[in-house]
Design a binder for this molecule. Structure first.
Ligand SMILES: [Zn+2]
Length: 126
């Protein structure tokens, strides 16, 4: 299947273009039209949650949105044709997260992660 720029453009809930899907990965994974629609829909939902995290400092809400995004990330992996595996989730890039990005990127896929104790989402909230 040939993908156009429109096909791979990810828009948010306001219809604003935010990013693009990886064209070669779409081809490699043999993503169908149905799969493509599902991926775009999941990303739109994810943008809505990420924006909601930007707009609140309520720790319980942040944790709730973080959980919702985790579920979406599992669905994304499945739609891409990958195994559901939380070791590849980029939870440390979410708004208000204070866990170290580079250290966690280095460990992506290993199951090890570095938590900042003062992170409102992943820390101990002391
Ligand atoms: Zn964190």
């Amino acid at each position: 299947m040939k993908f156009t720029v429109d096909d791979i453009t990810l828009v948010d809930h306001n219809g604003k273009a935010r990013s693009y899907l990886n064209k070669s990965l779409l081809e490699k994974q043999n993503i169908t039209t149905g799969g493509l629609d599902k991926l775009k829909e999941l990303h739109t939902k994810r943008y809505r949650l990420v924006d909601a995290m930007e707009e609140t400092d309520d720790v319980n809400l942040l944790k709730f949105f973080d959980n919702c995004i985790t579920l979406i990330d599992f669905e994304l992996q499945e739609t891409w044709g990958f195994e559901k595996d939380s070791k590849f989730h980029r939870w440390f890039e979410l708004p208000k997260c204070r866990c170290p990005v580079m250290d966690n990127l280095d460990r992506l896929g290993t199951g090890y992660h570095i938590i900042n104790g003062s992170c409102p989402i992943h820390g101990g909230n002391e």
